[in-house]
Design a binder for this molecule. Structure first.
Ligand code: SF4
Length: 124
């Protein structure tokens, strides 16, 4: 059986990534109805912000062993997020375009979605 490829929910503004959320004025990530593959124009738009990962959420195929956040068996980022002791939001009814493939969701289930919209990648 082919191993499932998971999607990293905190990727950077880079080639091969897709946009899937935008940080709203209230500081919470608003998820798009579907992912949008980055082209040069979108990458430049992201880079017009001094820190694109503080304004946008990007996804990319989880690199597992190829990522410094990989602990050997899972992504360590979500544990760091829990460690920030953020007050989880009510995520019932939350729609996220990468839920079926999300690495954090696969590891933690819906609990991850309670803190995920509070995350901007540059915090981690
Ligand atoms: S943790 Fe939940 S809300 Fe965040 S990217 Fe994964 S599925 Fe989406």
């Amino acid at each position: 059986m082919k191993k499932q490829k998971y999607a990293c929910p905190s990727a950077t503004n880079s080639e091969g990534a897709s946009l899937f959320g935008i940080v709203g004025n209230d500081g919470l990530v608003k998820f798009l109805p579907h992912t949008v593959a980055l082209d040069q124009e979108l990458i430049s738009l992201g880079n017009s912000h001094s820190n694109p990962e503080a304004k946008f959420r990007y996804t990319q195929t989880c690199a597992e062993k190829g990522c410094k956040q990989w602990t050997g068996e899972k992504c360590g980022v979500i544990d760091k997020v829990y460690g920030m002791k953020l007050e989880a939001i009510d995520h019932r009814g939350l729609k996220c375009p990468i839920m079926n493939d999300c690495r954090w969701y696969a590891q933690e289930g819906p609990k991850a979605c309670g803190v995920c919209p509070l995350v901007v990648a540059d915090l981690i």
